[in-house]
Design a protein around this ligand. Structure first.
Ligand code: BMA
Length: 365
């Protein structure tokens, strides 16, 4: 028998109403926030990046996901990447048509799932990618008010806003989105990273983004704050943009160095989760592992032996593993039929604590 039916009591559903700037979030978005807060009482949701738009050996098929091909259900959380929306391009930096991302996101909402969006936007000063840090400290400074690229950047936000605003069902319901901008900023591999802006500039960048999107009337976005795992807690706190502009706290961290990296992975995950629980109490926010995984999952028992035990010790809302790239061999993080961890993933799926799309539907989002 799979997991027990999940019913959240009416009292729980009435808690934690979110209203900011006097403008309420849409009811579905408030509901998403309540789900993120309350779900750890039942377990944690499993998420996969780009889950339903491509996978190993396929691209653009309908009603398909590598995770579903293995265990029979969709992930509860789908992550979507919208880098290059700022350029007005028809496809993302990972070559997924933006129309396809929108329809996949709406479909996932309609099946009861949760959507989160990341944004690896280009460098507005150099024209390079997110990873182009050659502009040094000039880049973030250039997009802030008074900077040479401020107007250009607001134009990018306009494109982002009108795209996200179009995430609407046939009945006119805006699809709630957990937006996760400016992530891994306690590292320095992105142009908005630690060495490329002061804590104050980073907070300004976040505030400007958040407030501009609010001003554009977007009421279906929640915001996830997602530093790099393993970074000092003080960096994460120093750059924190404030409780009224953040809805969920997370971090990104991967198992590196093959199976030899397991001990380090578990230790860093444990440390980060412990700290995150402290930060969550301080700021009254739900927590998640916003990106993780073990590239190619070369360990046949990784899901139940490594990932699950560490997550199970903390009140985590969700865990999201990165994408199964169809264009980069050996860049995949979820199992697919025949992959060596697929059997263990079935056991992971069967655990009462792991929640997939079918389980979350019963939360009645
Ligand atoms: C990275 C890799 C890249 C990809 C980027 C944005 O971690 O997967 O190939 O372009 O994320 O999705």
């Amino acid at each position: 028998m799979k997991k027990s039916v999940i019913i959240l009591g009416a009292a729980v559903l009435l808690s934690a109403c979110c209203e900011r700037d006097g403008d309420a979030l849409t009811p579905e978005t408030e509901c998403l926030l309540r789900t993120l807060r309350e779900v750890p009482q039942k377990g944690y949701m499993f998420g996969h990046q780009d889950a339903t738009v491509y996978g190993i050996g396929w691209d653009g098929d309908r009603d398909r996901s590598d995770v579903k091909s293995v265990c029979g259900d969709y992930p509860a959380v789908c992550g979507w990447e919208i880098g290059h929306i700022e350029l007005g391009d028809p496809v993302s930096l990972d070559s997924v048509p933006f129309d396809r991302i929108r329809s996949a996101c709406i479909e996932h909402f309609e099946r009861g799932g949760i959507n989160t969006v990341s944004w690896h936007l280009d460098n507005p000063l150099t024209g390079g990618s997110s990873w182009d840090t050659s502009g040094g400290t000039a880049v973030v400074a250039s997009v802030l008010p008074g900077g040479a690229n401020h107007q250009k950047f607001l134009g990018w936000l306009d494109r982002l806003a009108s795209y996200l605003d179009s995430f609407e069902t046939a009945e006119g319901v805006k699809v709630p989105i957990l937006f996760r901008p400016w992530h891994e900023h306690t590292g320095s591999w992105f142009w908005w990273g630690k060495e490329h802006c002061t804590p104050e500039e980073y907070r300004q960048l976040w505030t400007m983004t958040h407030d501009y999107l609010r001003k554009k009337g977007l009421r279906h976005l929640l915001y996830a704050y997602s530093p790099a795992g393993g970074a000092p807690q003080e960096d994460s706190e120093a750059r924190y943009p404030g409780d009224d502009r953040v809805d969920l706290l997370g971090f990104d961290y991967y198992q590196l160095n093959g199976t030899a990296g397991e001990e380090d992975y578990v230790r860093v995950m444990d440390d980060n989760l412990k700290r995150l629980v402290g930060m969550s109490k301080l700021h009254d926010k739900p927590i998640a592992v916003t990106e993780t995984g073990f590239e190619t999952v070369p360990d046949s028992t990784w899901w139940t032996r490594v990932l699950h035990p560490v997550l199970d010790r903390y009140p985590v809302s969700y865990v999201l593993v990165w994408r199964n790239a169809r264009e980069r061999p050996n860049h995949y993080y979820a199992p697919y039929p025949g992959q060596i961890s697929a059997g263990d993933f079935m056991d992971f799926y069967g655990l009462p604590q792991t929640l997939f799309a079918g389980d979350v539907k019963r939360l009645d989002l």
